[in-house]
Design a protein around this ligand. Structure first.
Ligand SMILES: [Fe+2]
Length: 212
């Protein structure tokens, strides 16, 4: 059974996956390969989601953690400012149309992101899981989700789902199902169907209620 925090960990995996592809495209482009603009430009939406995610953590997760583990979250908020700086450098490089500088910026962004997410998964969210009762975990994750502007939610679903492995997809679907009113979940189900394409059969095999 998925726990609320599994939704956050799924987003972390999507960030890793997307940034990995962006960085690879930037390196190939710096080496002279053509036709990678769209792959590199994914960094814009990637960063929008990353900022909503970080804002949500700072709004809901870090204050909850402060109660049970004082002074831990402060370091992670500082990491977030480092991610902001990494984006600014990438954005400036992209506007300058400088392939080598873009590739250096994606490499730096990727490295900082990977270390940050690794620390969150194995330290910050370990403390969160161990010291905060499950109902409060769910409440915090619910508040965090509100950091995504309502009118952009479907874009987030369409971005997220293709970047996930089956297990994370399954967890996300379970969590959305539990947290959303039925009509909203029905809408999300349609988006997921569109996002996964031919993987829909495998998903409904794993979650038979999805096809009802
Ligand atoms: Fe974070």
């Amino acid at each position: 059974m998925a726990e609320p925090v599994d939704a956050i960990l799924a987003f972390h995996n999507a960030f890793r996956n997307d940034m990995g592809q962006i960085d690879t495209a930037a390196l190939d482009s710096a080496r002279g390969k053509e036709g990678l603009a769209a792959a590199i430009e994914r960094f814009r939406f990637f960063n929008e989601v990353l900022v909503w995610h970080a804002d949500g953590e700072e709004l809901a997760i870090f204050p909850a953690l402060e109660e049970v583990a004082p002074l831990v979250a402060e370091a992670y908020a500082k990491d977030h400012r480092g991610l902001d700086a990494a984006f600014d450098e990438l954005n400036t490089s992209y506007i300058a149309r400088d392939p080598l500088r873009i590739a250096r910026a994606t490499a730096a962004f990727r490295f900082h992101l990977m270390i940050h997410l690794y620390k969150e998964d194995t330290h910050l969210y370990r403390i969160f899981r161990e010291r905060i009762p499950l109902p409060q975990q769910g409440k915090a994750v619910g508040i965090m989700a509100s950091a995504v502007p309502q009118e952009r939610f479907s874009e987030v679903v369409m971005w997220l789902v293709p970047l996930l492995e089956q297990e994370d997809r399954e967890n996300m679907i379970q969590i959305w199902h539990t947290m959303m009113p039925a009509p909203a979940f029905a809408g999300v189900k349609e988006l997921i169907k569109k996002a996964v394409g031919s993987d829909w059969a495998e998903l409904t095999r794993r979650i038979p209620t999805l096809d009802e």
